[in-house]
Design a protein around this ligand. Structure first.
Ligand code: BV8
Ligand code: ZN
Length: 244
């Protein structure tokens, strides 16, 4: 069912839910000013220096031109360093609540969420190419490729690139939360990138109700019990309003 605002029936379902999981994508940071990967209409993909994000954020380019990959991520760190969370970076209280994000922008944490499952990593963390130690690397623009604080070797952004495996333990926790949820929110994602886009399917198969929040229909709208066609920052606070 497609809705344009949160009804009392939805608020009642929300108030009764006990185990809730949320999957967020780039759309939840759009109102903070962060560019999404696929602009309106899911048509044109984000490009920088004439290359699409799927190439800039790829394991292939990391192999062939790691310096360009750092320049690409440092460019995004520069954009992010001026930006703040928005009302869509929302963390309601439930008996069990799991926040799963595909975003690497750290804005959920900046909004106060402590327990975020970052299935695609975090743009402010670096990972050593030799000993795999991870460490915060917050300065931007970067003077040079960050060096490992343990062994001194060059490091890479600690994010999951296209063609790379997701962090196993984090993704397993995300899958478990999806399968336990009685209510699963899918917020601000075009749901085209796997395996993250498979989480709502796992939740549905395990019996969860699916609520999607997105100004447009997406690849998983067919699966959603409710699609709230609107912006996360405007729709999500409506769940917290008193019922009529
Ligand atoms: C894997 C981190 C397997 C980096 C990301 C061919 C070649 C290579 C790989 C593949 C291939 N074909 C398929 C694949 C698999 C690939 C994939 O799914 N590709 C897609 C493009 C088809 N997946 C992978 O490669 C994954 N790994 O499969 O490994 C493997 C097996 C064995 C051995 C080795 C490997 C890894 C995927 C992770 C890639 N990293 N991010 C970075 O940030 O640069 S993905 C990146 O794009 C995001 O993290 C996110 O996950 C994804 C999609 O973006 P969205 O978040 O959905 O954003 P999008 O712009 O698309 O949509 C925004 C939505 O918001 C829109 O719907 C819009 O309407 C809405 N919106 C706008 N404003 C608002 C709003 N909503 C609410 N409120 C608003 N205000
Ligand atoms: Zn190291």
């Amino acid at each position: 069912m497609v809705l344009h605002e949160v009804t009392d029936e939805l608020r009642m379902m929300f108030d009764r839910a006990r185990r809730v999981a949320v999957l967020t994508g780039a759309g939840i940071s759009a109102e903070s000013g962060v560019p999404t990967f696929r602009g309106g209409g899911g048509s044109e993909i984000w490009t920088w220096r004439g290359r699409p994000v799927t190439e800039l954020s790829s394991a292939e380019l990391m192999r062939t031109d790691p310096k360009l990959v750092w320049e690409w991520f440092d460019y995004r760190r520069g954009l992010l360093s001026e930006l703040q969370p928005n009302p869509g970076h929302w963390e309601p209280r439930f008996e069990e609540f799991t926040l799963i994000t595909q975003n690497i922008d750290d804005l959920h944490r900046a909004a106060g969420s402590l327990n975020v499952l970052e299935v695609h990593g975090n743009v402010w963390r670096a990972r050593c190419l030799r000993c795999a130690s991870t460490f915060e690397a917050r300065e931007t623009p970067l003077e040079d490729v960050p060096l490992c604080f343990v062994c001194g070797a060059a490091a890479r952004p600690d994010v999951v690139l296209f063609g790379e495996m997701l962090p196993e333990s984090i993704f397993e926790r995300a899958e478990a939360a999806a399968q336990r949820a009685d209510l699963f929110f899918v917020i601000g994602t075009s749901a085209v990138v796997y395996p993250a886009a498979g989480l709502p399917v796992a939740a549905k198969q395990a019996g969860a109700r699916i609520i999607e929040v997105n100004p447009e229909m997406t690849d998983i709208s067919f699966l959603a019990d409710y699609t709230l066609l609107g912006k996360a920052g405007e729709i999500l606070p409506q769940f917290l309003k008193e019922r009529g």
